[in-house]
Design a protein around this ligand. Structure first.
Ligand SMILES: Nc1ncnc2c1ncn2[C@@H]1O[C@H](COP(=O)(O)OP(=O)(O)OP(=O)(O)O)[C@@H](O)[C@H]1O
Ligand SMILES: [Mg+2]
Length: 318
């Protein structure tokens, strides 16, 4: 089907003499452009590395296995030229460190207008108009008068908004947004979210939204994926996730929200190199049972379109 990204048994390992770091561990999931999908999970759970693997942007030394197919095309074995084309024309990334994705010494609006897809037949004046409109939509102050605004002069928040504008103005088929609201105040967070929402609504762009902000995930997605220690542990319709989370980790995550009592999850997230057999959440889980180890629990059904890797659902299979 057009536009689908199909990920199968994707793993990313950083080999280390003192034990490999498994950043992404056997993730299988299919995402569709019509369904805005949020990926949540604690720091270090593998969200950014998953996004980088999809787009061929893994750090040097990473070992990747499995499959990522976009419109049927395998991306893991695609050449550098093809991957650049995919990133330019098909799947735009809003990176977690936006300032690093901008050229420091070029005016921001020129960077964005030059990146506009020439296939859209835009001359430079129309391209610049589109960039001004996109920058204004994310609350960029006086976009027309900002020739002097070199990327190196931008605050983190302005760079963040410029990159959101830059991704949406190209009208990609997909936007992978890695913490697109990080560091933004309430007003600008809302503007960035509206821009992404309208890219989805008005141009049909698929949205894969990586976020720590559960309020943003709730408002901006139709489906939630939860990562823990590199493993995809829950996959649920957003409404269901926030009303009936299944995995004990997900329940803990919601219970730690201020409006739900701010009860912290005891213990710490797993460090990259420590690989105890079985469910990686088991050491922190109050509901742990013998069958949580040694095999990782399978994906069980917790409801319609609701999968969870936990033995509490669907019996205690190995
Ligand atoms: N270049 C690297 N070399 C070795 N390990 C790495 C490298 N980059 C990431 N990792 C490890 O991979 C794991 C996943 O990292 P990732 O950046 O995907 O986490 P994340 O879920 O995006 O976290 P955050 O919410 O803080 O952005 C972590 O254990 C991290 O330490
Ligand atoms: Mg990250």
């Amino acid at each position: 089907m057009s536009g689908i990204i199909s990920i199968t048994d994707l793993s990313v390992v950083f080999p280390r003499p003192d034990g490999d770091i498994v950043a992404v561990d056997g993730v299988s999931v299919t995402v569709r452009p019509e369904e805005r999908t949020a990926i949540i999970g604690e720091t270090g759970s593998g969200k950014s590395i998953l996004a980088a693997a999809i787009l061929g942007l893994l750090p040097r030394g990473a070992r990747v296995s499995g499959s990522v197919r976009y419109r049927g095309e395998e991306l893991l074995t695609a050449g550098a030229h093809r991957l650049r084309e995919i990133r330019r024309r098909h799947i735009a990334l809003i990176p977690q460190s936006p300032i690093e994705s901008l050229t420091p010494t070029m005016p921001v609006r020129r960077q964005l207008s030059e990146a506009l897809d020439r296939r859209r037949g835009m001359d430079s004046v129309r391209a610049m108009d589109a960039v001004h409109a996109a920058l204004a939509a994310v609350g960029f102050p006086r976009p027309q008068g900002s020739t002097h605004r070199y990327a190196c002069r931008l605050s983190g928040g302005l760079a963040q908004r410029a990159v959101v504008a830059g991704a949406t103005v190209r009208r990609p088929h997909w936007i992978i947004a890695d913490e697109p609201t990080k560091g933004l105040d309430t007003l600008h967070r809302a503007q960035a979210c509206r821009t992404l929402a309208s890219a989805h609504r008005d141009t049909g762009a698929g949205l894969l939204l990586i976020t720590h902000d559960l309020a943003v995930a709730r408002a901006q997605s139709d489906r939630v994926l939860v990562m823990y220690g590199g493993v995809l542990i829950e996959d649920a319709p957003t409404h269901r996730f926030f009303t009936a989370p299944a995995h004990p980790y997900s329940r803990g995550l919601l219970a730690s929200l201020p409006e739900r009592g701010m009860v912290p999850i005891p213990g710490n997230p797993p460090a990259g190199g420590d690989r105890e057999p079985g469910c990686r959440f088991a050491p922190r889980c109050s509901l742990v049972r013998p069958d949580c180890r040694p095999a990782y629990p399978p994906i069980n059904q917790a409801g319609p379109s609701h999968g969870v890797r936990c033995v509490l659902y669907g019996g205690a299979r190995k």
